[in-house]
Write a protein that binds this ligand. Structure first.
Ligand code: IZC
Ligand code: ZN
Length: 423
């Protein structure tokens, strides 16, 4: 006897090959028309057609004929835990002051660092919880969270501990990344190497307390060079961490090539990736995590060359880059819209990019991002007629219900606009 049987007009079943989907594979998406998914003890115990499911018995049957059922979405690049906000920078942006100029003047990331240092661990937890709840209502059941707004030992550890507690208490599974190398703080101005050594000296305690699985660095003009990033990430890798990089986001420095060379799990942004970089992505295991919400929010016309990447055989994932400066949104569905409109990705590629490939980009490909019998039941019921509808109808939340580990956590009522959260 199943606990729950869900009948849906379409079920999206991204294929799990034990690795991320690459190149033309990204355009393949299994859809079960008039499908059914059964849940037993928090785990998926049946996937098939509604017709096949007629032989099954369930304590509860949800008839969502005409609607869409998918795996929970995975958001593989967020700066979830931070103090304050940066709406005061909007006027500067409107006047045309570039992101890196605001940063160089002591604003931007530095402004959030100041606010994060001044916010207590409890208050950071409450604020993180607020944003996390919103992510869940948008259909995300697994996501990454970076530190990087401390730039000192005490505050970086505070952020990482908040993320750990959020992971333990909230339905969303959080994967932590240490981004101590996010900017150069005032007291290390002109001494980037010394600052990077200081951040590397934290890896022991981070590892011991299980505070992060990945290490990341902001490789950008005025922040860290490609060479500094390479040395830093190689040391982190030697210390046993998976490595990630913010590469070629604003200026094309060549971080994409370096990420592929050193075997980064993901290279993120890649707006200015060179032809060589795109080619190397196609030949390496490094997953390209694209963040079109940031390009949109920074007011740029040039988006990451997603089509070239897919043509070269690369694995592409998509993410919000949720952060208070360059991408203040928890809405991964809007990123799916931007991927369709600005990155020219197909609906099939987009679904794979926010499920199976996003999961592999944060080391969770074996448990999240796809539907398989025996996997935990992380599911989203969408109030849309088919999978192509989500990347098409933009700016709103199409989620009707979310299950995490088989438990209904969003949308307890039957009313289509009921987003009541229950943890
Ligand atoms: O707070 O501005 N790009 N880091 C690198 C960010 C954006 C986050 C921020
Ligand atoms: Zn970022």
């Amino acid at each position: 006897m199943l606990d729950t049987l869900i009948l849906a007009g379409q079920v999206v079943v991204p294929e799990s090959k034990g690795r991320a989907l690459r190149g033309t594979e990204m355009n393949e998406l299994k859809i079960i028309d008039n499908g059914a998914v059964g849940i037993k003890d928090g785990v998926i115990s049946f996937i098939g057609t509604a017709e096949e499911a007629t032989k099954l018995q369930a304590a509860e049957t949800i008839d969502a004929a005409g609607k869409l059922l998918s795996p929970g979405l995975v958001d593989p690049h967020t700066h979830l835990v931070f103090g304050g906000s940066r709406e005061h920078e909007l006027a500067l942006k409107q006047q045309g002051v570039p992101y890196l100029e605001i940063l160089a003047q002591g604003g931007g990331i530095h402004s959030t660092v100041k606010a994060t240092r001044e916010t207590s661990e409890d208050a950071l937890y409450e604020k993180g919880l607020f944003h996390l709840n919103r992510c869940l209502t948008y259909g995300v059941t697994t996501m990454e969270a970076k530190s990087g707004y401390g730039l000192d030992k005490e505050t970086e550890l505070k952020q990482l501990r908040v993320a750990k507690k959020l992971n333990e208490t909230h339905p969303i599974d959080l994967v932590s990344t240490f981004l101590g190398a996010h900017a150069i703080p005032e007291n290390y101005k002109g001494r980037p190497d010394a600052f990077l050594e200081e951040m590397l000296s934290m890896l022991g305690v981070i590892s011991k307390e299980g505070l992060a699985e990945f290490v990341d660095i902001f490789c950008e003009t005025g922040v860290f060079t490609v060479e500094q990033s390479k040395v830093f990430l190689q040391k982190a890798k030697t210390a046993g961490f998976g490595v990630k990089i913010h590469a070629d986001e604003i200026d094309p420095l060549g971080g994409t090539e370096m990420a592929c060379e050193i075997g980064a799990v993901s290279a993120d942004h890649l707006v200015g990736a060179s032809r060589d970089g795109v080619q190397m992505l196609g030949e390496s295991e490094t997953i390209a995590v694209l963040l079109p919400g940031t390009t949109f929010y920074l007011g740029k016309d040039q988006f990451a060359p997603a089509r070239d990447m897919i043509t070269s055989g690369a694995a592409v994932a998509l993410s919000t880059d949720f952060n208070p400066g360059s991408s203040p949104t928890e809405n991964l569905q809007f990123i799916m819209n931007l991927a369709a409109l600005k990155l020219k990705m197909t609906p099939e590629e987009i679904w794979n990019a926010v499920t199976v490939n996003a999961a592999f980009a944060i080391g969770r490909g074996d448990v999240a991002g796809s539907l398989e019998e025996g996997r935990k039941a992380d599911l989203v019921l969408w109030d849309v007629p088919n999978y192509k509808y989500v990347p098409y109808h933009y700016g709103v939340n199409h989620v009707q219900k979310v299950w995490k580990n088989g438990k209904l956590v969003v949308g307890k009522g039957d009313v289509h606009a009921n987003y009541t959260l229950s943890t």
